[in-house]
Design a protein around this ligand. Sequence first.
Ligand code: LLP
Length: 421
Amino acid sequence: MDHFLYRAGALHAEDVPVAEIAAAVGTPVYIYSAATLERHFRLFDEALGDLPHLVCFAAKAAGNVAILKLLGDLGAGADVVSLGEYLKARAAGIPGERIVFSGVGKTREEMCHALAGGIRQFNLESEPEMRALSEVAAEMGVEAPVTIRVNPDVDAKTHAKIATGKSENKFGIPLAKARAAYAEAASLPGLRIVGIDVHIGSQLTDLAPFEAAFAKVAELTEALRADGHDIVRLDLGGGLGIPYERSNSAPPLPVEYGQMVRRTLGHLGCEIEIEPGRLIAGNAGLLVSEVIYLKEGEGRDFLILDAAMNDLIRPAMYDAWHDIVPVTEPPAGTETQPYDIVGPVCESGDTFARARPMPPVKPGELVAFRSAGAYGAVMASEYNGRPLVPEVLVRGDQFAVIRRRPSYEEMISRDTLPSWL
Ligand code: LLP
């Protein structure tokens, strides 16, 4: 569910007409709904209800400090994967004790900053990383709370580029090596084992792979406890999918996910951490774009937009589907016609949709990409010399620019000339 609905024929973000924001800020522009972000956070929080738990929003999905602050103020923690995300979470007022640090390549510098600034735990992904953290923490004279991310070798049944839980993926330590890895971690100075971490992939539309992975985590918890480790937290990662194509998909709801977590892990008495990104932010954001040209091709018509693959890369990168709707509601019964919907970037991959049935749309009109709140703005680039797309947050009848569009001067001024040129 989201808060982007047509009212009196005009698409609204909560109580604000989308066209009003586009007129004020220009296009392309990302627009987020505070009510939707809040609602989705609460769904997870309530789904885990009586279990001791912490919902750590995966900052990689939508890392704007305003979004992190909104969620942090509701009690969310953050899952970060770089010093940049750590600092953004801190700038948003999220305390270190609610921040978990994930990722396969944490540098010593990042470890040092997080240890100095405060951190709930590091999710370790390899033995070399474990040894590096031990050295950094010991040198600083502190103890780093750690989990080890295990790779349960389950098929998440999602797009290959975002599946992470198979043995061929770079993530985590194989289950077969987990007991040895925990034994080593326990023997190293500067580390304090607090739990187990697992994350098998993103945009999962079925609970079965989660359940298979969590059953393995439950077994491992018992085995590690028998080995004498103090396993008090289980970090289950993120991954629950959203209905990108509203007409034909209905992934499981957070409440069903919560029941499954309770069923598989509830008896262990552990604190549960989850790291949802997409389900909190995905349907809380639109990308709004203006149609520049309608070009009649051979056997197809192209809608050429002012948004491009540099602004929203998901279709080019994962063949992802985003619903694309006109900002002015077409009258009931309007016939659709197929369009190839493309951006101005100079490669054929800059295609958002092929033969997409759309009501007739004219140059100058606005369209909105739905479900663009997660992995949208954060993955944007300046490819083709296009300044980074701005972001706007709506709450009720007010909106605010939460990242402005850089000027061309700003973009160019970051390049510097060597003295010999
Ligand atoms: N935790 C870890 C360790 C992760 O690697 C991820 C996502 C998450 C949590 C959040 O997963 P979510 O709840 O959002 O599924 N750019 C891709 C998605 C990449 C996901 C990477 N990891 C896309 O646009 O589909």
